[in-house]
Design a protein around this ligand. Structure first.
Ligand SMILES: Nc1ncnc2c1ncn2[C@@H]1O[C@H](COP(=O)(O)OP(=O)(O)OP(=O)(O)O)[C@@H](O)[C@H]1O
Length: 253
């Protein structure tokens, strides 16, 4: 069995008649937190949709835990947190999680475990409409966790949250990885790069880098993720955009 949780080969996606992912290849190792970073419109959500099997693809393969993305066998093994919170405002935290548990065939203990995992036990009976932004994000996450997934695909889970709440969520993510789960987490907040085991930098559908933060900084001679990323963008532009679609440079190492 391979150590990769996710293997993407030559993935092509068209959206609105445009090639949004022109042939992307990457692997995600098991048990790691991989950050998917890059500017708005670069294709992060599209790639995530392909990982969970809800994106029509024009070519290539996406394999998750050894099965084609979206396979019935992956239903409980892969959790997907969409960018917009997909919970019911008029239900309580617990009833939301119960609903997703019923959809996934998970039991009552799984409901309480998921609520506990996101530190919401004290608010389990609160209506979602009355929650703070951070509590709302954690409710969505609990719904994603209730099937006990091995792979979590989280689309901008910290967007709009203050630094304290972001740190709290990242501590939860690290805890989930410490249990052996694989997380792919998108963000355009570059300082979140330090929280990740590996970074995928995606811009205009091209993977500019696939490496650890330390490797990225060494390669670009910078001290921070943001200048490192800008250096890669400049280099890709000098290259006349010929970096499009090729495998992230760090993957060659
Ligand atoms: N439903 C759609 N129909 C047509 N084009 C779309 C659709 N959704 C996204 N796109 C286009 O696909 C490209 C990639 O979008 P995507 O949402 O994957 O980027 P992103 O990196 O996740 O951006 P953001 O960080 O803003 O969420 C963009 O050019 C976008 O305009």
């Amino acid at each position: 069995m391979t150590d990769a949780a996710i293997v993407v080969e030559d993935l092509r996606v068209l959206r609105g008649g445009r090639e949004v992912l022109p042939g992307l290849s990457m692997t995600v190792p098991r048990g790691q937190v991989v950050g998917l970073l890059g500017p708005s419109g670069g294709g992060k959500s599209t790639l995530m949709r392909a990982l969970v099997g809800v994106q029509v693809v024009a070519g290539g393969t996406v394999s998750v835990l050894g099965a084609p993305a979206g396979s019935a066998s992956l239903r409980r093994r892969v959790g997907y947190l969409t960018q917009a919170p997909s919970v019911y405002a008029d239900l309580t935290v617990r009833d939301n999680v119960r609903y997703f548990a019923a959809v996934l065939g998970a039991d009552a203990t799984a409901v309480e475990r998921a609520i506990e995992a996101v530190h919401l036990s004290d608010h389990a009976g609160a209506r979602v409409a009355n929650l703070s932004g951070g509590q709302l994000s954690r409710t969505s996450l609990a719904c994603t966790l209730v099937g006990d997934p091995e792979v979590l695909v989280l689309d901008e889970p910290t967007v709009g949250l203050d630094p304290v709440l972001r740190r709290e969520l990242w501590e939860i993510f690290r805890g989930l990885a410490a249990e052996g789960r694989t997380l792919v987490v998108s963000s355009h907040v570059m300082d979140e790069a330090v929280r990740c085991d590996r970074l995928l930098l995606l811009r205009a559908g091209a993977l500019l880098s696939d490496s650890t933060l330390a490797e990225l900084l060494a390669r670009t001679g910078t001290e921070d993720a943001e200048p490192a990323f800008l250096a890669l963008i400049d280099a890709a532009e000098d290259d006349g955009g010929s970096g499009r679609g090729r495998r992230g440079a760090g993957a060659e190492a």
